[in-house]
Design a protein around this ligand. Structure first.
Ligand SMILES: O=C(O)CCC(=O)C(=O)O
Length: 292
């Protein structure tokens, strides 16, 4: 059992009930293949809201803090993500398949889950068919008056839950991230930290079960900035106005009946997604076909 409030180092494998951490899980050959694959992607900047899902009264629309790419199915932020039991329709859009290097890793991770998690925490038909790729780093902003460029560190994620059923697996590359599970004390109160750990380059983290998925929230407080690790590793990426120093893949499960083709979505939603899909289609045959 983990001890609350302990600051776990990242040097060795850790296993608690429903939480696994394995450093150096991805071997260098697979890591290189994954980075090569990432260099073929053109991540996009999404807005949190859209015409069909407008921001709350008085709030402006806003860009996410980082560029993203999704595989398996794309949960556009402006569709408000997959959120069962109510938010299941028009949330998950069929997307590109995993490349073979990820398919192999995913099947090993699924075996790991089936070996180590209680069957009651692994839903029927559970498999990791959805992947969010998050790019963490500095946003590059040019001052329109002076023309000077400044960097804004956006390498964090606020507390949230992943609502997809069953365990979630996360693989990290680049600079290490300080990851926390927290107990929310309500909107006006500061959350209470329960467990924190560094997620290192090439590590695997898996969490599931009621405690880590349903009760606690999780967040990334910061990503180290030691200089070279991220910038050299990610020099060939196609993120725009952004300097990446960490990449995280989170693999999740969305029941296939909740994944829709773009064409099946209502017209107003297709209209909201058009700018994103058009942008994706400029570099992806899959997305080009979805537009045709
Ligand atoms: O970057 C990470 O380690 C966590 C990402 C995360 O919380 C998410 O994708 O939901």
């Amino acid at each position: 059992m983990f001890k609350p409030n302990q600051n776990h180092s990242n040097r060795s494998s850790k296993q608690y009930q429903n939480l696994i951490y394995k450093p150096n899980y991805i071997k260098p050959v697979a890591k290189k293949e994954i980075i090569d694959y990432l260099e073929t992607l053109y991540p996009i900047w999404e807005n949190r809201f859209s015409d069909s899902n407008p921001p709350p009264e008085g709030e402006p629309n806003r860009e996410l803090l980082r560029p993203v790419y999704w595989l398996g199915n794309w949960q556009f932020a402006s569709l408000d993500y997959y959120h069962p039991p109510k938010g299941i329709r028009n949330r998950c859009v069929q997307a590109e398949e995993y490349p073979s290097v990820l398919r192999k890793i995913v099947s090993e991770v699924e075996a790991e889950v089936r070996q180590n998690f209680s069957p009651k925490d692994v839903p029927d038909k559970w498999h990791l068919n959805t992947c969010l790729i998050n790019f963490y780093g500095n946003k590059i902003i040019a001052d329109p008056e002076t023309g000077k460029v400044k960097k804004m560190d956006c390498a964090r994620v606020g507390e949230h839950k992943d609502f997809e059923p069953g365990p979630v697996a996360s693989i990290s590359f680049g600079e290490r991230a300080f990851f926390q599970f927290v107990k929310s004390e309500g909107k006006q109160q500061q959350s209470h930290m329960v467990l924190q750990q560094w997620l290192d380059d090439s590590s695997l983290q898996i969490f599931g079960g009621d405690k880590f998925k349903k009760q606690l929230f999780h967040r990334v407080q910061r990503v180290e900035d030691k200089g070279k690790l991220g910038s050299e590793l990610f020099a060939g990426l196609h993120t725009t106005s952004f300097e990446t120093r960490r990449i995280n893949f989170t693999f999740r499960y969305v029941p296939t009946e909740h994944i829709f083709d773009l064409k099946e979505l209502p017209d107003n939603i297709q209209k909201d997604l058009k700018p994103y899909v058009s942008q994706l289609a400029t570099h992806s045959d899959f997305w080009k076909q979805q537009l045709d």
